[in-house]
Design a protein around this ligand. Sequence first.
Ligand SMILES: CC(C)(COP(=O)(O)OP(=O)(O)OC[C@H]1O[C@@H](n2cnc3c(N)ncnc32)[C@H](O)[C@@H]1OP(=O)(O)O)[C@@H](O)C(=O)NCCC(=O)NCCS
Length: 187
Amino acid sequence: MLPERIQTQRLILRSLDNSDADDVLEYQSHSEVTQFVPWRPRINADGKPGAIIRKTSNFERKGDALVVGWELRGENKIIGQNILTLTSVEERTANIGWVTNPNYWRNGYAAEATSAVLNQTFILARLNRIDAHIDQRNPNSAALAQRLGMTLEGVFKGASFIKGDGGWCDMWLYSIFAPSGEKVKGV
Ligand SMILES: CC(C)(COP(=O)(O)OP(=O)(O)OC[C@H]1O[C@@H](n2cnc3c(N)ncnc32)[C@H](O)[C@@H]1OP(=O)(O)O)[C@@H](O)C(=O)NCCC(=O)NCCS
């Protein structure tokens, strides 16, 4: 659905494959990342640490997901990823998530990648609305949503169960729409 590669100022956005596993494991197993995402630090079937490289789907049916890796240009290194999930075909709605390797936080990479992914997805998937569900204890993620021009619509009380000592938590609902001819605010 998305082009094979999207080039931004500092990144190449592309699907992930098994050769990216070491880079992906760096952030998929990092405690600062896993505290606010639904998954635990990645472990293989044999009990050893191992990245999960999800294959991108056609993005046609409810639940279909697109995983977009962020490769640092010139370094052949994956430093983060977006996941887009189609939540309603009829209503042309999707959900988006984002993760940056903590060694690369505070450089604007998540904003650079995600604004490009949103722009392309609105156009190519003909979406109307994309939302993000963000744990209220995760201000870094809320700041990113705001930087992208997303609007805070409200709070889902006790909406998600985050593992560890987190328990049930309240989630912010952020959204962004595709006004015709306009681009998502970037950095
Ligand atoms: C959420 C997350 C992706 C945000 O990462 P981030 O690096 O803070 O976000 P950005 O890429 O937007 O970077 C913005 C920061 O880079 C700074 N920056 C530095 N150079 C920059 C540049 N060239 N361009 C833009 N911003 C730049 C900005 O000033 C800003 O810093 P500030 O917040 O101190 O003002 C990251 O915290 C993360 O991976 N968290 C764990 C996983 C997670 O919680 N995911 C979300 C689940 S809902």
